[in-house]
Design a protein around this ligand. Structure first.
Ligand code: PAF
Length: 289
């Protein structure tokens, strides 16, 4: 199927009017890869035989801070449309900046305290930018459902929270992180890595696996096991500089206490060279007998 490519809001509205429900949106910043293909596959399944998948491709300046990679973020629309054609997408919405932000964005979505910790602490304003553009996309596409990746766990939790707190009529689905055979989580930013940086970056997924293997010891032991991988990586050449390693409640992103029982997310963010990467794993702590 060749998708309709809509570059304007009016083009999207015209295309949207032809779509059969349910309409499932996959919001992306483009540079589509295997991780996005998994989102598209899930969207296709939710849409079913009769429904429609819409993909948005927009590198949202509102979620990039000063000195971040807005200018060098990969832009590959032609290849993205080819992948969408392959995955049975009906409409690709790839608006220009003036379509999404025709005037200064005065009113934005504030994520609250959950948006100020972890990713939010290292990237101030990031989640305001994400939630604002996601809400705008929801209003433009009016999807029945939207699909997000679990790699961006805090983003996913905040989108779910926005949907609940603002009474949005969109069902949110999530898809597990897709990994390279060596464990590296697939990300558009992996394309920035030189071969030696890529080797250093593998410590992220190694740390998560070490944490998972130490599950029976409880939260402190899990964090220590993960840190044992990140410590040497910080002294490697090139070094992997850890921003944070945390074991968090998946709904609030607050640190889990000692003796915690239930699901937690082991979250890690680190920079190698000029590339910042994030990853996470879901762990389930059993109650002490
Ligand atoms: O995860 C992303 O690619 C972006 O944060 C999103 C959800 C498309 C908003 O720009």
């Amino acid at each position: 199927m060749i998708p309709i490519l809509a570059r304007t809001r009016s083009g999207l509205a015209a295309a949207r009017a032809t779509l059969r429900p349910p309409v499932v949106l996959v919001p992306t910043m483009g540079a589509l890869h295997g991780g996005h293909r998994a989102l598209l596959g899930s969207a296709r399944q939710i849409a079913g035989r009769n429904g429609s998948v819409v993909v948005s491709v927009f590198v949202n300046p509102l979620q990039f801070g000063a000195g971040e990679d807005l200018d060098r973020y990969p832009r590959t629309l032609r290849a993205d449309v080819a992948i969408c054609a392959d995955e049975g997408v009906s409409v690709v919405f790839a608006p220009g900046h003036e379509q999404m932000y025709p005037a200064e964005q005065m009113v934005t979505v504030r994520p609250g305290s959950m948006g100020d910790i972890l990713e939010g602490a290292f990237r101030p304003g990031f989640f305001d930018g994400v939630l604002t553009v996601v809400l705008k996309l929801f209003n433009l596409v009016t999807p029945d459902a939207a699909v997000f990746g679990e790699k961006d766990a805090q983003q996913l939790a905040l989108v779910r929270r926005m949907v609940t707190d603002l009474n949005l009529a969109v069902q949110i689905a999530s898809v597990p992180t897709v990994r390279e055979p060596d464990g590296l989580a697939i990300s558009s930013r992996n394309s920035y890595l030189s071969p030696p940086e890529r080797v250093s970056a593998l410590a992220l997924s190694r740390a998560l696996r070490a944490g998972q293997a130490a599950l029976a010891g409880g939260p402190a032991v899990v964090l220590a096991a993960a840190q044992e991988e990140l410590g040497p990586a910080g002294r490697a050449d090139p070094p992997l500089a850890t921003d944070y390693l945390a074991l968090a409640d998946p709904d609030t992103f607050a640190d889990v206490p000692a003796g915690y029982a239930g699901t937690a997310l082991l979250l890690v963010a680190a920079t190698v060279g000029k590339t910042r990467l994030i990853d996470n794993a879901r762990l389930c702590f059993e109650a002490a007998p």
